[in-house]
Design a binder for this molecule. Structure first.
Ligand SMILES: N[C@@H]1[C@@H](O)[C@H](O)[C@@H](COP(=O)(O)O)O[C@@H]1O
Length: 260
């Protein structure tokens, strides 16, 4: 696990966008999976800036939503597809037919999830997976549980996640109770993973991620220990608990990884 601690949210966003941009320049038809929520907004804005000012070319890129609320369609203001559309797709030269999300309005959701996995396989797998992290350690919408699904599936959201995500809705009651999400097997099959976290509210979960050396489905992000190419990028606020409470070896901070 490569760990980078950036001064603040702006630097974190710039560095994350630089990594995504480098991947697109290296492979113009990159297959990327992107998260939603508050954390990636700065990165997405920076990617748009790179497109507008440096001609970063999305014309061949393929982008997938990691998860989607059931049953919010692509036009729903709170849907995750709409989120990527507003923050990225409509501002860059991506071909809409190269953007993907599970069909959460399908009558047969299980079949829709299986179709999403087939779609991913058809694209040749995911080159770059960008992840956020929930306060309870969830990645995508893989919530802490005794067992985790490997494949894309419909998940029940935890009370903590419903509460956390209610800030994007008028009331808690409006937050969907379920979402389709790539499973942990799909996430771990991505060739490269970049996990982002910002702010003090993520301090405890980042501290646990960077110090824990055991894998448990009760802390889904711990499964990232099993992957050979994970970069964790956090700002100083999210890393603060880790720095203050460090009783484990200091994680590797290697700035050269960013340009390399
Ligand atoms: N399903 C999403 C995740 O993909 C995201 O990573 C997480 C953190 O969001 P935020 O960045 O707003 O803290 O929240 C949601 O539940």
């Amino acid at each position: 696990m490569h760990v980078f601690i950036k001064k603040d949210y702006q630097e974190l966003s710039r560095a994350a966008a630089a990594m995504v941009a480098a991947a697109i320049r290296e492979r113009p038809d990159l297959v990327a999976a992107l998260p939603t929520g508050g954390t990636p907004v700065g990165m997405l804005r920076e990617l748009v800036r790179l497109h507008q000012t440096e001609g970063l070319d999305f014309s061949k890129a393929r982008i997938l939503n990691i998860d989607e609320y059931v049953p919010l369609g692509p036009d729903h203001p709170q849907s995750y597809y709409r989120y990527l559309q507003e923050f990225l797709y409509q501002n860059v030269n991506i071909n809409q037919t190269n953007t993907f999300v599970p069909d959460v309005r399908a009558a047969d959701l299980q079949a829709a999830c299986a179709a999403y996995d087939q779609r991913i396989a058809g694209l040749g797998g995911i080159d770059l997976m960008v992840l956020g992290i929930g306060g309870d350690g969830h990645i995508g919408f893989n919530e802490p549980a005794a067992e985790l699904s490997a494949d894309t599936h419909v998940a029940d959201l935890s009370a903590e996640t419903i509460r956390d995500n209610s800030r994007f809705f008028e009331t808690v009651a409006e937050v969907p109770r379920q979402a389709a999400t790539m499973g942990v097997g799909v996430i771990l099959q991505a060739r490269k993973i970049l996990l982002l976290a910002s702010g003090r509210s993520k301090g405890a979960v980042i501290n646990r991620l960077l110090t824990q050396r055991t894998v448990t489905p009760h802390f889904p992000a711990s499964l990232l220990l099993l992957h050979r190419d994970v970069t964790v990028m956090v700002d100083e606020a999210a890393a603060a608990a880790e720095i203050e409470g460090a009783n484990e070896p200091t994680p590797v901070i290697n700035e050269r990884k960013l340009s390399g």
